[in-house]
Structure formats: C-alpha cells, structure tokens
Write a protein that binds this ligand. Structure first.
Ligand code: AN7
Length: 317
C-alpha cells in the first residue's frame, strides 16, 4: 500500500541561518501525499493491517493521523474510522478524512481520552489500531532520518522537531541509530501542552498548535531516552513564539507549514543550537487555513478602476 510517500525536500533556510548563526535546513514533510509526515508510517501500518486480514483501521487523532489513515484505508479498500476531539482539529484535515470516506467521530473530549478509547476498542474487535503505538508506524517514519543523512552526506549536528504523542521523535532516533549516527535531538512542545517538559501528564492541554494538543504522550519513555541518548533536550515554546516562527517561515523562507510544525523553528530561535541544524516541518500550512487567516494581513478590496488599482497596488503611500 503506497501513495509514493517520502523523498520530501530538504531546503536550505538562508534567513534562519543568518538569524541563528547556524547552517539551517528545513525538512518539508508537508510535501507527502496527504500533507504530513504521518504517511511515512501509515504506508507500513496499513500494509500490515491488510496482510493480517483486518477489515478496518481505527485511530485517535488531532487531525493528521486521521487524514493519513483515511487515505491509505481508502486505497486499501479497508474501512477507516477516526476519532477526533470535537471542534479541535484543523479544517483541512477534517475535509481530508471525510473525502477519503472515513467514518469521522467527534469526541466530546481530548486526544488523550480518544487514544485511551481506541486502544480499548482495538482489544475488543478485529480492528487494526494505526496510532503510533503501532510499531509499524515507527518503522516507516524512521526513513526521514535516512533521507536527511543521505542528502547532507552525513548526520546533522542537531535535529529540531515538534513533539506531541512522541512517535515521530522516537522514529527519527531509531533511524539515526540504525545509521550509526548521533545528532542531538531537540524536541519542542507547546507551553500549554508540555508534559515531557513538566515531567507529568497535563490534564487539559491547550495550544493554538492543535496537532500537538496532547497531554499524555504514548511514546513517553521512548522519547525521553531519545533526548537523553542523543545529549539533546526537550523544551517548551509559547503559542506566541510558535505563531511568530510560523509567520516568519511563510514570509521570509517561502515555506508554509502548519502551526505545530513551526514549533521546531520556534524552539531553535528561542533556545539556539550549533552547527548544521535540520528543522522538521511536519505538516503543510494548507491544513489549517483558519489559523493562517486569523494571523495574516487582510485582503485589500478594490473597484475595477485604474486609479483605484494603482493606489491599491502601490500601497496608498
Ligand atoms: C503537524 O495526528 O498526533 O510527536 O493525531 O500532526 O509523533 O505525535 C499529530 C502529531 C507534529 C507530533 N506535527 O508528532 C495526530 C497527531 C504535526 C502533527 C506532530 C503531529 P508526534
């Protein structure tokens, strides 16, 4: 089961390099088929589900896993069922899950409760659970690390990555270890949803970066051993810092990612790093048009008249 995921661009970031004094690159995971890194793992998890004779796949999701699971399930001819926190997932992700024909359940609860419920559900029924508690997901997602090392010709010094349920940082660390390299892993959580930083689950996580609004990561232990084993760190960034990095990526680097993805750059800007740094931009900006429209400048209305057009184009000054 493949939609030709992976092989995403690794683009240099001149503005960020200048600003930080590092040699910064962006791994643009939004270029995957459904617009996020989840596809790297979903191709493996859904292939395995098919082989094992599952009739349906299920996941809890803040949005991207749902969109990806729905697409691969559609392709595989399996039923897709996704449980998302009601009112807390970005519009594009919801549209994707629905268009791929998944049954979308809006839970009056948060992601952590949804994950607990699908884990119980998968114990009771022959349904494949495709959250990153499924090890096939990790096996697929580790390929990001292989690609970066191949493209740079060696490992970066530092990898900056947003952390939610902590599957991705677990996967990248596994990939680097299998390549025999040990870059520092710098993980960033949103300040209102930073259980790994605080050392305890967060009951009611809150952040503008809805993809990482997670209070009790399933891959907690794996993530912590990745940070320790790589001599890295896990830190928090505020919503304002995330949105600042989000705007800067769009306006200065020409790369539009979703807010959660910008946490990697927000962390780099706040805490700094040294050497060659790769920031993982986990999902595409088009996923979340609402946050973009709330954040960006307004459009300029104009009558079809040359004088008015001139004024509008020249900025009225
Ligand atoms: C854009 O879709 O958890 O630390 O249910 O969508 O591996 O969870 C999404 C997570 C970062 C965090 N960036 O990755 C889900 C979900 C984006 C994301 C993360 C997510 P993990």
């Amino acid at each position: 089961m493949s939609l030709e995921e992976g092989g995403t661009p690794l683009v240099g970031a001149p503005f960020l390099s200048e600003r930080t004094g590092c040699d910064v690159y962006l791994k643009v995971e939004g270029a995957n088929p459904t617009g996020s890194f989840k596809d790297r793992g979903m191709t493996v998890a859904v292939s395995a589900a098919l082989e094992e004779g599952a009739k349906a796949v299920v996941c809890a999701s803040t949005g991207n896993t749902a969109a990806s699971a729905a697409a691969y399930a559609a392709r595989a001819g399996l039923r897709g069922v996704v449980i998302v926190p009601e009112g807390k997932i970005a519009t594009g992700k919801l549209a994707q899950a629905l268009m791929h024909g998944a049954r979308v359940i809006a839970l009056r609860g948060n992601f952590d409760q949804a994950l607990e419920l699908v884990r119980e559900l998968a114990k009771r029924h022959p349904i494949a659970l495709v959250n990153s508690v499924n090890d096939y997901r990790i096996e697929g997602q580790k390929t990001g690390a292989f690609e970066v090392c191949e493209e740079l010709g060696e490992a970066p010094d530092v990898l900056c990555i947003p952390v939610g349920n902590a599957g991705n940082v677990t996967a990248w660390w596994r990939g680097f270890q299998e390549d025999g390299v040990r870059p520092r892993l710098h993980g960033y959580q949103a300040a209102g949803a930073a259980p790994l930083v605080e050392g305890a689950p967060v009951e009611q996580p809150e952040t503008v970066a809805s993809a990482i609004r997670i209070g009790n990561p399933a891959r907690w232990e794996d993530a912590m051993s990745a940070f320790t084993g790589s001599r890295g760190e896990v830190r928090a960034v505020t919503d304002e810092e995330i949105l600042e990095a989000y705007s800067l990526l769009g306006s200065r680097e020409g790369v539009f990612c979703e807010p959660a993805s910008a946490a990697s750059v927000a962390g780099l800007l706040r805490y700094g790093a040294e050497g060659r740094v790769v920031c993982v931009l986990t999902g595409h900006g088009l996923k979340d048009p609402q946050t973009a429209m709330n954040r960006a400048a307004s459009v300029i209305p104009c009558e079809p008249d040359i004088e008015q057009v001139e004024t509008a184009v020249m900025g009225g000054g």
